[in-house]
Ligand binder design. Structure first.
Ligand SMILES: C[C@H](O)[C@H](O)[C@H]1CNC2=NC(N)=NC(=O)C2=N1
Length: 101
């Protein structure tokens, strides 16, 4: 069972998450969500990364809201089941940081 994180936990998790963020792609809190924009060399870079993350999303049973135009992917993560942020958002965000290159 996933539980909703409180403001203190979110601040801690966000700080930890941003230690693995590439320059120019840090995560921000936006209410009940965290957001980040990833910029790639081109469309294939962006789409290839989305394909890798899609596999992780299925494995974690946790799915991103994302919007892609050419080399950019805007990501918004939230946990609908708890009406806020949970560990799963930060797990998926860490994978996104790790696979970004
Ligand atoms: C049953 C299934 O695991 C749930 O509906 C999952 C699916 N993916 C999900 N993804 C996200 N982002 N939030 C959820 O609450 C969520 N719930």
């Amino acid at each position: 069972m996933t539980t909703k994180l409180n403001d203190t936990e979110i601040a801690e998790q966000l700080a930890a998450l941003n230690t693995t963020s590439a320059e120019g792609s840090s995560w921000q809190r936006d209410g009940d969500a965290i957001t980040c924009t990833f910029t790639f060399k081109g469309f294939i870079g962006a789409f290839g990364w989305m394909s890798q993350i899609a596999i992780w999303a299925e494995k974690l049973k946790h799915h991103p809201e994302w919007f892609n135009v050419y080399n950019k992917v805007e990501v918004r993560l939230t946990t609908h089941d708890v009406g806020g942020l949970s560990e799963l958002d930060f797990k998926l965000a860490q994978k996104m940081n790790l696979y970004f290159k």
